[in-house]
Design a protein around this ligand. Structure first.
Ligand code: ATP
Ligand code: MG
Length: 183
């Protein structure tokens, strides 16, 4: 499954509807400081179920909603849509009914978040599991935050090893070995 499109509406600095086509191969996002490059990656994490405000550089989850600017009032909701190519029908069951998978997450002030998958209401947990199964997701080591490389270099050897093991996908093996040793 491949990301093909990311649409934002009222998410952080993307107050006007924005539609990004994600082509095959490598995608680069360039622009001056503060133009919203990191906000784009956060939108990607958020629509995949990220629920830690800190990971979104905010104090609360509603901080992802456009907060207003000198010339524009704040918005009441934020919505991010992620489209995935499912023509090979690799999506897990329950999500595998079409050649395209459309995930929508919307947060409304004082109401909270709601998710849809191909137009049907789903729970946050369903979306988190969907992306965990596809070995991606909000916590995936494939998404590298700004400053994370410097953190890795400056980390203590044991915590650096933990991060690298997580990225290599072997931390689950240690867990299972530990469980086996206890038996
Ligand atoms: P840099 O090159 O410095 O890393 P960047 O392109 O990654 O910059 P971002 O951090 O994505 O930039 O965007 C920061 C901008 O987003 C700031 O101008 C900030 O005010 C704006 N912003 C963040 N949250 C909101 C919000 N809820 N409402 C309105 N604007 C927001
Ligand atoms: Mg940035």
């Amino acid at each position: 499954m491949r990301f093909t499109r990311l649409k934002l509406n009222g998410f952080k600095s993307f107050v006007d509807p924005t539609d990004l086509i994600i082509a095959d191969g490598l995608t680069g996002v360039v622009g001056p400081n503060g133009c919203g490059k990191s906000n784009l990656l956060e939108a990607l994490r958020w629509v995949m179920g990220e629920n830690r405000p800190k990971a979104m550089r905010g104090g609360g989850m509603e901080d992802v909603i456009f907060a207003g600017a000198s010339s524009r009032p704040a918005r009441n909701f934020a919505e991010v849509t992620l489209l995935l190519d499912n023509s090979e029908r690799l999506a897990p069951s329950g999500f595998n009914d079409a050649d395209q998978l459309e995930i929508v997450r919307r947060i409304t002030r004082d109401v909270g978040s709601a998710y849809k998958a191909n137009g049907k209401d789903v729970r946050a947990r369903d979306i988190q599991i969907l992306f965990a199964d596809a070995s991606t997701g909000a916590h995936s080591p494939a998404l590298v935050r700004q400053g994370q490389i410097a953190e890795l270099i400056n980390a203590k050897p044991t915590s650096r090893r933990r991060i690298l093991e997580e990225a290599a996908g072997i931390s689950g093996l240690y867990q299972r070995r530990h469980e086996a040793e206890l038996k």
